[in-house]
Write a protein that binds this ligand. Structure first.
Ligand code: A3P
Length: 294
């Protein structure tokens, strides 16, 4: 498979590939029009496929339960908008929203977010969600296959995809996984940042949701924490649609398996899997994160 002949459409930002809808014109518009509310805005930042939607759902359920009927009707990505995306970013609407507002982003580095959105004010809350890169690769493989945007991805085996796309810094969206994680975690004390791991959410979602609640200053009884865990669980969202709103198709394109460790069913190349585990473990050690069952 020659990737250059079958690229996934993308642009670049500071030498890192970004999706085609993340245009320079949009970034310019964002810089000019986005009015940060540093005291109350919440940013969910992730490397793609790391649990963004799950966290969007948690934050929305936690902070926006008294939403107006109009806002309550909005799809998840419209109520917790994607700041990297030019397609219908609701500049006008967000001005009128009450506090707190929440957004999602995949930006490769904090300095990009700083330039585009924070403009030097680092007090806004950031929830950085990270996930085992082997499962990220698997999730991305299936996600991109569903989009049908790339002949390469459609035809590639998982191992081919992993080596030629996920590990190719010239083409993978938002750069290599380890660079993303390292660039964000290295600044975690300079920004107002909480780091949450997907695997920890899988192990005990209530425990992690409680961390999120504390970070956001929401004083919630444990019964409400349990309720949020239930309302945002994979099975609730999968079967009832929940805030993802089934009819939008989001459930189908984002929710797949929702487990930790599906990489075991995908990597034929065990050496490559071990290499990824080592890359991840080095970062877990560097940033003092508890080593999960690798
Ligand atoms: P899989 O493809 O491994 O199933 P993102 O939202 O960052 O694009 O991440 C998508 C991944 O998160 C998908 O992983 C999806 O199934 C998983 N996910 C979304 N909501 C979830 C939930 N409530 N519980 C567990 N996993 C969830």
């Amino acid at each position: 498979y020659d990737f250059s002949e079958n690229p996934i459409p993308h642009g670049t930002l500071n030498g890192v590939a970004v999706p085609f809808f993340a245009t320079p014109e949009f970034r310019q518009e964002l810089t000019e029009k986005f009015k940060l509310r540093p005291e109350s805005d919440v940013f969910i930042v992730t490397y793609p496929k790391s649990g963004t939607t799950w966290m969007q759902n948690i934050v929305r359920t936690m902070l926006m339960s008294d939403d107006t009927p109009e806002n309550a009707q909005l799809k998840l990505d419209d109520r917790v908008p994607y700041t990297d995306m030019s397609l219908n970013f609701p500049f006008d609407k967000i001005e009128g929203w009450p506090n707190p507002r929440a957004f999602k982003s995949h930006h490769a580095t904090p300095s990009e977010m700083d330039k585009l959105i924070f403009k030097g004010d680092r007090s806004a809350k950031i929830i950085y969600v990270m996930r085992d890169p082997r499962d990220v690769s698997v999730s991305l493989y299936h996600h991109l296959k569903k989009t049908g945007l790339s002949k390469f991805v459609e035809e590639a085996t998982f191992d081919e995809f992993h080596k030629q796309y996920m590990r190719n810094s010239d083409v993978v969206y938002y750069g290599l996984w380890e660079k993303h994680v390292d660039s964000w975690l290295s600044k975690r004390t300079e920004f107002n940042m909480l780091v949450i791991r997907y695997e920890d959410m899988i192990e005990n979602s209530s425990r992690e949701i409680e961390k999120v609640a504390k970070f956001l200053g929401a004083h919630l009884p444990s019964s409400r924490i349990e309720e949020i865990a239930e309302l945002t669980s994979f099975s609730t969202v999968m079967h009832k649609g929940g805030l993802l709103k089934d009819e939008s198709g989001v459930t189908n394109s984002i929710l797949r398996k929702g487990v930790a460790g599906d990489w075991k069913n995908h990597f034929q190349d065990k050496e490559e899997a071990a290499k990824m585990a080592k890359i991840a473990e080095e970062l877990y050690i560097k940033y003092n994160l508890i080593t999960p069952n690798l």
